[in-house]
Design a protein around this ligand. Structure first.
Ligand code: NAD
Length: 328
């Protein structure tokens, strides 16, 4: 039995779908959200609604399991994590109780989704970044709240491995995007937010867009298919230390907007909100370790992934417009 915690979320939903497509007969998806709020529900999986901050719920989730992916966390883009640090840190209960249950049941393999937010602010002060390599996480000064929780939980995975012999794998995801994820409501990340804003401008005829920060901050964005492949490969590998899983195609937020404008065939007047949450000035993934250990790195071009993401968000937004318009 493979258990995907956070299976109602963006990455978890794609992982469940892929595992089912690969022919795994016993996949269990677990999430706190009611089923009708899951981004994807695979009918061939066992779908459970549980609160994984609770110890007994973690034991119910992992009962009979051999393999566990922990993708459950209370999280979002910068707008959410800068304003909800305590909520982000409470996700420590999820990973802690899952590790305890995994130890109790003698689980074979446990995966934890960490984040590039574990890297120190002091290495990310200019847009002209030196890509972050795994050892840069120390001396520690991660993103306040969310990043500290991830770094602490990474270490707990390491010590459950060293002290209790539980096989753990940890990937540090760098910005993941794609269809079937959050694009509004305050938890969305830059790629989905930019798609939504460009679509809104196109549909309303008001050809303007507000950008958080000065638009010169740099990032890399990994398409969901690369994220799923990397997650499965890292889980199957013998890599015991936390490893970057991210694209190394660096762009400014302005360049991200250029890409979406091109897909949408519009040109918008840009305004810059300098007081909005914008995160660090620059961040990119150093993929030397994943190249050396897996002979692979995420490679789906941003232009291609954004095209698919834009189409999906456009469909969602125009579907709900029809519903509103017809009074349903
Ligand atoms: P998501 O918010 O879409 O998915 C997380 C899921 O966890 C949600 O469906 C949520 O309902 C669920 N959850 C939250 N609290 C829970 C609880 N108490 N019990 C059960 N389920 C609970 O986010 P995502 O983008 O799919 O991220 C998955 C994992 O990857 C998270 O750990 C996240 O921190 C990490 N990560 C994501 C990114 C990214 O760019 N998406 C980057 C770095 C790390």
């Amino acid at each position: 039995m493979i258990v995907v915690c956070g299976g109602g979320g963006f990455i978890g939903g794609h992982l469940v779908k892929t595992l089912i497509q690969q022919g795994h007969p016993h996949v269990r998806a677990v999430d706190i959200k009611p089923l009708d709020e899951w981004y994807q529900v695979s009918q061939d999986a066992e779908n459970l609604v549980l609160d994984l901050q609770e110890k007994d719920h973690c034991e119910r989730a992992l009962y009979g399991a051999s393999t566990v992916y922990n993708l459950a966390a209370d999280m979002g883009g910068m707008g959410f994590i800068e304003n909800n640090k305590a909520l982000c840190m409470l996700s420590v209960l999820i990973n802690t109780h899952l590790l305890m249950a995994a130890r109790k049941y003698g689980i074979d393999r446990f995966f934890f989704a960490s984040s590039a937010c574990v890297y120190p602010d002091y290495r990310q002060t200019t847009p002209h970044v030196i890509p972050l390599k795994e050892s840069d996480a120390y001396p520690a000064m991660p993103e306040d709240g969310y990043g500290w929780e991830k770094l602490f939980s990474e270490r707990m995975c390491r010590h459950f491995n060293e002290d209790f012999g539980l096989t753990t794998r940890v990937a540090r995801y760098h910005n993941v995007y794609g269809p079937f994820g959050t694009y509004d409501g305050g938890r969305e990340k830059a790629p989905a937010a930019v798609c939504r804003k460009v679509i809104q401008a196109k549909l309303s005829g008001v050809h303007e867009i507000e950008i958080w920060g000065d638009g010169n901050q740099t990032r890399s964005f990994m398409y969901i298919d690369d994220c799923i492949q990397g997650t499965l490969d890292i889980m199957a590998s013998d890599i015991t230390q936390p490893i970057n899983l991210g694209s190394s195609q660096l762009v400014t937020i302005n360049q991200l907007v250029d890409i979406v404008e091109k897909i949408a065939k519009v040109k918008l007047k840009r305004t810059y909100n300098l007081s909005a949450p914008k995160g660090v000035n620059g961040r990119n993934s150093d993929n030397t370790m994943i190249q050396a250990l897996l002979g692979w790195e995420p490679s789906i071009r941003l232009e291609d992934g954004m095209e698919r993401t834009y189409r999906w968000i456009y469909d969602q937004m125009t579907k709900s417009r029809v519903l509103v318009g017809t009074g349903v």
